[in-house]
Write a protein that binds this ligand. Structure first.
Ligand SMILES: NC(=O)c1ccc[n+]([C@@H]2O[C@H](COP(=O)([O-])OP(=O)(O)OC[C@H]3O[C@@H](n4cnc5c(N)ncnc54)[C@H](O)[C@@H]3O)[C@@H](O)[C@H]2O)c1
Length: 335
């Protein structure tokens, strides 16, 4: 029996494939390579020393998904596949609803048909909207400011309704905060196409000289130093959180925040990155981005109490590993 990891060659999915294999699971990967490279599979096989079955399919394609379930006995699904660029989702909402919502329905239907009982879903802290911090799993979902966030809230609702109709299915909705960092080997990490949307790849590309300077979106927020505060989590911790969620999932729907519970500002990231890597990050303050919140972070106690999982790696680890990966990129030619 295997765990099907959709989007398993992407940033979080690839680290989770590695963590699952380390924990003793067999894994099958499905990815259409819309935002990843086939070489990531080679790297994963090299790191884990395992042959990992891979299907280059679109998981909105019902026939392709059903064929995969026919071929492989699947024990559970971890569904990472989706588009994730907030700004792009505002410009191309239909593309986002089509991919993110349809993929979830297609996979849930396959699970129903093939009686695969475990499903772990990549959700996001975005679904909390502008609730009071720290965000707790018991809070009502508030409207998000963009179609991407709405696709995550919809995905959650679809899966809840599905389990309401048949309580033998076991679903874990994992609300991620801000994953950064990379595998300590420097072989796996985040390497977005084009200008990065997220802070850390932007910082590492400035450090490498690919980009001239970091744009800091606003320094007049009501935070300690005026810059936005987020709950950054090492992607290796996040990956291990998935393994814990899978190991503990029982029939019904379970929601967990995967964050550290601590907020870090943009300036703190820059200073930590400069200190641990001994490299200067030139930056410029620019206007706030519409829709950005001043600060948010997780209440991460539920995952600790129920899954026995908590984020162990430090901000220093995140900055060091992210830079190590960026420096290795040309060597391994994964873009
Ligand atoms: N990175 C974050 O900050 C963050 C935060 C919260 C939630 N998430 C969610 O976590 C998941 C993984 O994020 P990531 O950062 O690893 O993104 P990513 O873009 O690196 O990985 C997604 C992978 O899914 C693949 N994919 C996309 N649509 C597909 C489809 N229809 N069929 C098959 N493969 C498809 C892409 O090729 C890519 O390899 C996404 O669902 C994302 O929305 C990410």
């Amino acid at each position: 029996m295997s765990i099907l990891v959709t989007g398993g060659l992407g940033y979080i999915g690839s680290h989770t494939v590695n963590a699952l294999i380390e924990a003793g699971y067999s894994v099958v990967v499905a990815d259409n390579l819309s935002n990843s490279k086939a070489q990531v599979l080679d790297v994963l096989q090299q790191i884990t020393n395992k042959n990992i079955p891979f299907y280059q399919i679109d998981v909105t394609d019902e026939q392709a998904v059903n064929d995969l379930f026919e071929k492989h006995p699947i024990e559970g699904v971890m569904h990472f596949a989706g588009y994730k660029a907030v700004g792009e989702s505002v410009l191309q909402p239909l593309k986002y609803y089509q991919n993110n919502v349809l993929s979830t329905i297609t996979l849930a239907n396959a699970c129903k048909q093939f009686q695969v009982k475990k499903f772990v879903f990549s959700s996001s802290a975005t679904v909390y909207g502008d609730n009071e911090v720290p965000f707790k799993e018991t809070m009502s979902l508030l409207p998000t400011t963009n179609p991407y966030g709405e696709t995550k809230a919809m995905g959650e609702r679809i899966l809840k309704d599905w389990v309401n109709s048949d309580s033998s299915f076991a679903v874990s909705l994992l609300r991620y905060f801000n994953p950064i960092g990379a595998h300590p080997s420097g072989l796996l990490g985040e390497s977005p196409n084009g200008i990065p949307n997220n802070l850390m790849p932007y910082v590492t590309q400035v450090a490498k000289g690919k980009l001239k300077e970091l744009q800091v979106f606003g320094n007049d927020y009501p935070t300690s130093d005026g810059t936005g505060v987020r709950d950054y989590i090492h992607v290796m911790d996040l990956a291990e959180g998935h393994v814990a969620a899978l190991q503990h999932v029982t029939p019904g729907v379970h929601i967990y925040n995967l964050g550290t519970g601590a907020g870090t500002s943009v300036f703190e990231i820059i200073q930590t990155f400069e200190r641990v890597n001994a490299i200067k990050i030139p930056y410029k303050i620019v206007n706030r981005r519409p829709g950005d919140l001043a600060f948010y972070y997780a209440d991460a106690t539920k995952a600790k109490d129920e899954l026995g999982w908590y984020a162990k790696r430090t901000l220093e680890d995140m900055c060091r590993d992210a830079w190590h990966f960026e420096k290795s990129l040309n060597l391994i030619q994964i873009k």
